[in-house]
Design a protein around this ligand. Structure first.
Ligand SMILES: *[C@@H]1O[C@H](CO)[C@@H](O)[C@H](O)[C@H]1NC(C)=O
Ligand SMILES: *[C@@H]1O[C@H](CO)[C@@H](O)[C@H](O)[C@H]1NC(C)=O
Ligand SMILES: *[C@@H]1O[C@H](CO)[C@@H](O)[C@H](O)[C@H]1NC(C)=O
Ligand SMILES: *[C@@H]1O[C@H](CO)[C@@H](O)[C@H](O)[C@H]1NC(C)=O
Ligand SMILES: *[C@@H]1O[C@H](CO)[C@@H](O)[C@H](O)[C@H]1NC(C)=O
Length: 420
């Protein structure tokens, strides 16, 4: 299950440059590490997808606001981002992450929208203290859209496939709600998203697993890549996380990068500016937003959403919280084009709809056709204007580059596939 991929020439070259400026060379792996992960859909939940995604959007936005406000006038934070009820519907999990010596393996949600790694949410699988677990004496806490976690912050050995990351900050949950059987979170957001998670010192930052693996010389580049694939059934292990590089088998052509934003709420996240068009007409003017593996759909500001609704003829469907379209409207759908870093990333009509075989998972009718797009409920210019969620990330390979503070996207063999 674990694959090792050789470095591409570019990454290798970048590493050589980095190595030559290191005074005391450390043993460094010559390859990135790739781990598989699974898409799961749980149909036992009680709310529809919009409810859960919307709760996540609010949490993300509140978190950014809290940081921004706090940095200006020292106000306490209101909320923290991470996964919430969306876990009950659709999430990507990796059960290959071990903590401790010998490692205990946990089922963690892969989340680029938060940055703390923690386990023990499931009372039947508590966080296990082992010989390598060091109590930092710090208390960890994070609130989510509808639930949260508090626990103890430890330093411990984290095993990611063949990597053993030493002294990694991880938390063991004491109290957790809203995780529906999953063990916790693999936090892959920028380090700044760990601000406000150490209760005694809100300015404390906890290096992420990607940070620590890079600093310890275990991976050749300070970056992470994510490959999701579209699927019409779940659970299925079709995701790949690559630490320290990219997996050339999972994308086509070149990777186009866009700088992360440096001001406002979005700057704490994996973020970028982008615009969206449909049949050459503007749907969303260029604005700032985030890339989040924990959000199922694509979020647009309310005015953009109205234009998209107008253009597609969709009607708001209360059962799912998504726009429903008829078979005829589906036949008439056009490409939805995302403009990122000077390049066009095109979602075909088929890529814009929710996988029909998974309609039941979102309380939809079996023969319904739903657009995998949601509204933030706020007009363009509200700072966190869009979320490129799973519906986007299943069609484009994504790269999260900490060294250059940028995100990259590439097409994949399945970008245009007819799957939904
Ligand atoms: C699911 O759909 C039914 C009707 O299709 C609706 O009555 C019900 O409120 C929906 N459930 C949720 C949680 O939205
Ligand atoms: C992790 O969760 C998935 C989906 O619920 C499940 O299929 C898998 O067996 C779980 N793994 C472990 C180690 O519990
Ligand atoms: C935990 O690890 C961090 C980073 O390596 C280190 O700065 C800190 O002193 C460690 N804390 C304890 C209690 O060992
Ligand atoms: C995003 O767009 C805003 C407004 O045009 C601009 O001021 C900012 O520099 C842009 N940021 C990035 C990272 O492209
Ligand atoms: C939607 O279409 C109607 C009718 O053509 C038009 O009046 C309205 O301005 C449109 N709204 C948007 C947001 O484009």
């Amino acid at each position: 299950m674990r694959d090792l991929f050789l470095l591409t020439a570019d990454v290798a070259a970048a590493f050589v440059v980095a190595a030559t400026v290191t005074a005391t060379p450390i043993a460094v792996r010559q390859s990135a590490i790739t781990l598989p992960f699974a898409k799961v859909v749980d149909t036992t939940g009680t709310t529809n997808i919009i409810t859960s995604d919307q709760a996540r959007f609010e949490a993300l936005k509140d978190y950014g606001s809290a940081i921004a406000l706090n940095s200006i006038n020292g106000l306490p934070p209101v909320n923290y981002p991470a996964t919430n009820e969306f876990i009950q519907y659709l999430s990507w999990v990796n059960d290959d992450v071990g903590i401790g010596t010998p490692p205990h393996y946990y089922n963690l949600t892969v989340d680029t929208g938060s940055a703390n790694t923690w386990a023990g949410a499931n009372p039947n699988r508590p966080f296990v203290i082992t010989s390598s677990t060091v109590d930092t004496g710090l208390e960890f806490g994070a609130l989510y859209g509808s639930g949260g976690v508090t626990g103890e912050e430890y330093n411990d050995t984290v095993t990611l496939g063949p990597l053993s990351i030493l002294n990694q900050g991880v938390a063991g949950a004491k109290l957790a709600a809203g995780f529906n059987g999953q063990d916790g979170i693999l936090g892959l957001g920028p380090t700044s998203l760990t601000l406000y998670t150490i209760l005694s010192d809100f300015e404390d930052e906890i290096p992420t697993v990607v940070d620590t693996a890079f600093v310890e010389g275990l991976i050749p580049a300070h970056e992470l890549s994510v490959s999701f694939e579209p699927t019409d059934f779940a659970p299925i292990t079709n995701g790949l996380l690559t630490f320290g590089g990219v997996d050339p088998t999972r994308f086509t052509g070149k990777i186009t990068y866009a700088p992360c934003t440096t001001t406002g709420l979005t700057s704490y996240f994996w973020s970028l500016n982008e615009s969206i068009t449909y049949q050459g007409e503007a749907i969303m003017s260029s604005t700032s937003g985030v890339v989040d593996t924990g959000t199922a759909t694509i979020y647009m500001p309310s005015d953009a959403y109205s234009r998209y609704q107008n253009a597609t003829g969709g009607t708001f469907d209360d059962s799912t919280g998504l726009l429903a379209i008829t078979e005829e409207q589906y036949e008439n759908l056009h490409d939805l084009v995302f403009h990122i870093g000077g390049r066009e990333f095109t979602l075909t009509p088929n890529a814009q709809i929710w996988p029909r075989a998974l309609n039941a998972a979102i309380n939809g009718s079996a023969d319904g056709i739903y657009l995998a797009v949601s509204s933030t409920g706020l007009p363009t210019g509200s700072d966190l204007d869009f979320i490129d969620g799973q519906a986007f990330l299943e069609r484009f390979y994504s790269v999260f580059d900490s060294t250059n503070n940028r995100v990259g996207f590439a097409t994949t063999p399945l970008t245009d596939a007819h799957i939904n």
